[in-house]
Design a protein around this ligand. Structure first.
Ligand SMILES: Cc1ncc(C[n+]2csc(CCOP(=O)(O)OP(=O)(O)O)c2C)c(N)n1
Ligand SMILES: [Mg+2]
Length: 673
């Protein structure tokens, strides 16, 4: 549908949609950067969605039963900022639009969930939003099953571009959504046939309609500018009983001289182009000037939500107080008080029994205790359930037949799993965790980074954490993955040494509110090193003295995970020679760094020789090896310098010198003995 027809046949709709288009042009021009074309192309879809379908209340933007609107094509951020401003979200003032992309503004280059209510997820890395949306829709199903339709009954709407659909993660997302019949997920594909380099056929010939259908989706194709067709398609999508994709044929940068070209993708800042576009729109108002009647029509859409919200509150109040409390508790990310006692009891038992178990198994033991206390946890694995030990007896399995099932078989989709888990966390009221091999952190990494950036406590269970996995060989043996994870800001990287530390790590992970956790867990059995029970969560300190020197302290050995027992063995050998040696277990560097300086210096005083032992690369250890006072300690590292090899694990530790004997030799060399 062309502009003339739209203006003639749907003048009210046209004006509302034009408001999005001119705000986008004005904000991008003011910023002299950004992306104009996508919001100009999708303004009609967004207008109809917000006017006729979306359940939202700008005065209560975090209403748990709101529909979620996800802009997967995050470069088109002015679309969501315009919508939030026009419908009356207080945070998004006109000033914010005028300061689009400027320092300190809430209207960042790409939408950031932690800056603005109404921005449900952080997007920009293409494909993430559509993959997140699978988790949003699953969370809705899980909570509806738990709390009933009268309080949980909302849709997840997504706008995805050609780029989102080309990214591989979209296939993972589409596959999961189709399998699980996530019928309340509705994706609009901005089918404008343009990406940055030119037309889509430069690089792709995929029949997207066939692709979605092949995975079990309901698919419609519409003119993405025709308000009647858009409305009808959304109505049909809601009734379809399947996840729904609406292919919306649109014109990028509609009405401008850059329409239907890749030039229209980016920042349209030329004054003449903008003036001519305004003329084509019949828009006679100045920059950032939205006439009162048009603004009030938009605000009316927002105001409609107040009554719906009030009705919802009444229905919510009719739940039992226990149900209300549990719902609110999960949404506030408050773990039940009971979990602390449960973790202590498990620790005490383990310290007494001192079993030798792999920490992946320790993790299962902890989850067996924690999952029954927290309805909001959702477990899963990317086809390695038996290896990751992520499934506990009480969870059930999520499926169309069992929406209460809290375990997800993600299939071989690490990226999709990680991204969907983020979606669950962002939805609210859920604590997702999911497993794969530590080495495949790489496959999940874009979503792990976004969890950290988005300040959500997703838990990544990464087992088979070193050469200790043995015969599967170097393709499966992580060496650089701890370093990569530690290099990521706002991420707890736990590498627990035994069941006690693993349980402590889970307690931190399940009480974290804004930091994701990576649990690096061993395949091979590890002895219990925490043989003396302490109620205190020592892992929460990040690093602590596990066993102090007996003779005069000359050495500090630091280690994580499977190498803590190597350090203890080396300590014994050194002490036997009268070389006083302290062993520091360092299950989480980030938490150790968060302690005050006095504590850190008590654990790692200046003076003694320091050696760190870890079956990974050295990167990340230097801070703790050379001391924090700028005073260089004599220091060494026992670990990996390259990739591993395929062989039994015990042989590999010897081959790469990750042994007590080699540690002793290194220490002696540093001491000049
Ligand atoms: C993972 C990722 N790769 C590359 C980019 C850079 N990028 C931003 S938009 C874009 C083109 C997207 O095309 P499309 O989704 O069709 O958006 P349109 O041009 O239609 O607005 C690219 C390559 C990105 N944001 N994320
Ligand atoms: Mg495109």
């Amino acid at each position: 549908m062309d502009i003339a027809t739209l203006r003639k046949e749907h003048p009210e709709h046209w004006n509302k949609a034009a408001a999005i288009r001119v705000l986008t042009l004005d904000a991008v021009a003011a910023a002299n950067s950004g992306h104009s074309g996508m919001p100009m192309g999708m303004a009609d879809v967004a207008t109809v969605l917000f006017e006729k379908h979306l359940k939202f209340d700008p005065k209560n933007p975090l209403w748990p039963d709101r529909d979620r609107f996800i802009l997967s094509a995050g470069h088109g951020s002015m679309l969501v900022y315009s919508l939030l401003h026009l419908t009356g979200y207080e945070q998004v003032t006109l000033e914010q639009l005028k300061n689009f992309r400027q320092s300190g503004a809430l209207t960042a280059g790409h939408p950031e969930n932690f800056l603005l209510d109404g921005v449900e997820t952080t997007t920009g890395p293409l494909g993430q939003g559509i993959a997140n949306s699978v988790g949003f829709a699953m969370a809705e199903e899980l909570q509806r099953a738990q709390f009933g339709k009268k309080v949980v009954d909302h849709y997840t709407y997504v706008i995805a571009g050609d780029g989102c659909l080309m990214e591989g993660v979209s296939q993972e997302a589409i596959g999961i959504a189709g399998r699980h019949e996530l019928s309340k997920l509705i994706v609009f594909w901005d089918n404008n046939n343009i990406t940055i380099d030119g037309t889509v056929d430069l690089s792709d010939r995929t029949d997207q309609v066939m692709r979605f259908k092949a995975s079990g989706w309901h698919v419609q194709e519409i003119d993405g500018h025709d308000p009647i067709a858009i409305d009808a398609a959304i109505t049909a999508a809601k009734k379809s009983g399947k996840p729904s994709m609406i292919a919306c044929e649109t014109h990028i940068a509609l009405g401008s001289s850059a329409q239907d070209t890749s030039k229209g993708h980016g920042a349209l800042t030329d004054a003449t182009l903008i003036a001519n576009t305004r003329t084509a729109y019949g828009w006679e108002h100045g920059p950032f000037d939205i006439p009162a009647d048009i603004k009030s029509q938009w605000e009316a859409m927002g105001e409609k939500g107040a009554a719906a919200y009030a009705e919802w509150q009444e229905r919510f109040a009719s739940l039992s107080s226990n149900k209300q409390n549990e719902f609110n508790r999960a949404y506030a990310l408050e773990a039940p008080k009971k979990i602390s006692a449960a973790v202590k009891a498990l620790k005490k038992k383990v310290s007494e029994e001192q079993p030798k178990v792999a920490t992946r198994k320790s993790s299962e033991l902890a989850l067996e205790v924690l999952n029954p206390l927290m309805w909001e946890t959702v477990g899963g694995s990317a086809d390695l359930t038996g290896s990751n030990n992520t499934k506990t007896a009480d969870l059930g399995v999520f499926s169309p037949e069992d929406r209460k099932g809290r375990y997800v078989y993600w299939g071989i989709r690490e990226h999709g799993m990680a991204s969907a888990m983020n979606g669950m966390a962002l939805h609210g009221g859920m604590r997702p965790y999911g497993g794969t091999f530590m080495c495949f952190t790489d496959y999940a990494r874009p979503a792990m980074r976004l969890a950290a950036l988005s300040k959500i406590p997703t838990v990544f269970v990464m087992t088979h954490d070193s050469i200790g996995l043995g015969e599967d060989g170097p393709t499966h043996q992580p060496v650089e993955h701890l370093a990569i994870s530690r290099a990521t800001p706002n991420t707890y990287v736990f590498r627990p040494a035994d069941t006690v530390e693993t349980a402590e790590a889970w307690e931190v992970a399940f009480t974290s509110k804004s930091t994701p956790s990576v649990l690096a867990l061993s395949r091979q059995g590890l002895p219990t090193v925490r043989t003396e029970h302490k109620n205190k969560n020592m892992t929460a300190l990040g690093g602590y003295v596990l066993k102090d020197a007996v003779a005069k302290r000359q050495v500090i050995l630091m280690a994580t995970g499977s190498e803590v027992s190597v350090a203890l063995e080396a300590q014994e050998l050194l002490e036997a020679e009268g070389i006083g040696t302290r062993v520091v277990s360092m299950p989480c560097m980030e938490l150790f760094e968060a302690q005050d300086e006095a504590y850190r210096k008590r654990v790692l005083p200046g003076g003694p020789v320091r050696v760190a032992i870890e079956a990974g690369v050295q990167m990340g250890w230097d801070k703790w090896l050379t001391g924090e006072r700028g005073k260089a300690n004599k220091a060494g590292f026992v670990g990996m310098e390259g990739f591993g090899a395929s062989a039994p694990a015990e042989e590999l530790f010897v081959k790469y010198g990750i042994t007590a004997e080699n540690t002793v030799a290194k220490v002696k060399a540093l001491l000049g003995l």
